[in-house]
Design a binder for this molecule. Sequence first.
Ligand code: AMP
Ligand code: SF4
Length: 472
Amino acid sequence: MFPEIKGMNEECGIFAIWEHPEAAQLTYYGLHSLQHRGQEGAGIVTSDGEELHVHKNTGLLTEAFQAGDLDRLPGRQALGHVRYATAGKGGYDNVQPLHFKSEDGSLAMAHNGNLVNYQGLKSELERTGSIFQTTTDTEILAHLMKRQASDQLREQLKGALPELVGAYSFAVMTEDELIVALDPHGLRPLSLGRLGNAYAVASETCAFDLIGAEYVRDVEPGEMLIFNRDGVFSERFMGTKERALCSMEYVYLARPDSNLEQINVHTARKRLGKRLAIEADVDADVVTGVPDSSISAAIGFAEQAKLPYELGLIKNRYVGRTFIQPSQALREQGVKMKLSAVRGVVEGKRVVMVDDSIVRGTTSQRIVQLLKDAGAAEVHVRISAPPIIRPCFYGIDTSTSDELIAANYTTEQMREKMGADSLRFLSVDGLKAGIGRDASQPNCGQCLGCFTGQYPTAIPNEKNALVGSGKG
Ligand code: AMP
Ligand code: SF4
């Protein structure tokens, strides 16, 4: 059984603007389109060249920012963040960007991902005199940077980043410089865009579309992009290791209108649905998807199976994600509030219900019940990803092994628990082929850790020391 990592789950979205007169405003819009990546806190830091200006708060972007707040964020460079945290890990102190002041000036910092050697590094830093202001793993980088001999931001990062193990896209900003960096496996997405003479950096390309920026390219694993008054520069802080972009970004997390390394997320999901229909065909009357993240896969399934795609489930727009509710009882309640079955569509029908993933099993179980209560004759559950059998150490909240239903039950036991007429998952090969990344790379250049137990980096053992995972 793998150990639980406490206190540092981060999904999160990053957005930054360099050299635009409406930097704060654009960052606000950019963060708005990244809101699905985190709803627990939002913040923007700007620089007017002299000092940093900060506004951040807990909650959704629209809660964290009130009328007039953006007017108090002057300057042509901005860095923003939306934060996801699981229960008990929220609070104002952990809302990003983090902001540090010292005699040499100020530093703002935003992070998407999760450091797996967080605890070891933190203990060592505390033992040698560091005092932490937050409980996020993000702050580690600031302390490591401060211990470098150089006072140059880029040199500090070059010294500090290689000490980190795990998933990170970082953006750091001083009064006159912005630097973004991506971990050497490229576990999280990070893209560069352009808006006239200004540059934008975002966790997902959907943020560029909203502000009218054009996509330039993705940040490379192990690369830093440096923006300062002399221009824009690319430097490496580490060589690229085995490429391992998170598969769950395609499956569930990213927005369908984003492109991850030039693969459109909706199109990839549709292909996953098609593969699933090939691998796990069934006699049925209609196909329905679980809104919103599974609609694309359900459309693909229906197209391949030559079955009608119908709106068998409707989402109540004004309820948050089920995951954010802390207890199992509340989560179950949440699913009920969130979705309704459309009786006119499913009554008397053999329904294929496509969902993108099963984590704890709560959602599927509730939905099978909803469909049956609405008169479905049969419910066949089809999942457009393989069973999640291991936790994620890189910032996607897929829970601990104890709570992962597929880590503890066979497919047949799961089917029985959820009361479905059949249950099938996509294979790992189907996942790789469906996403459609570079087949010449190991694992097609994607992380499959939670599906296979083969993680791209070392992972912590019970004592939070790092152990090799076979591919380190
Ligand atoms: P569960 O009910 O625990 O089995 O969760 C599965 C549902 O949660 C699916 O409908 C997914 O769309 C969604 N999901 C999958 N991964 C995540 C995640 N990391 N955070 C929030 N929701 C997720
Ligand atoms: Fe993504 Fe799973 Fe890898 Fe985590 S372990 S980064 S969720 S593919």
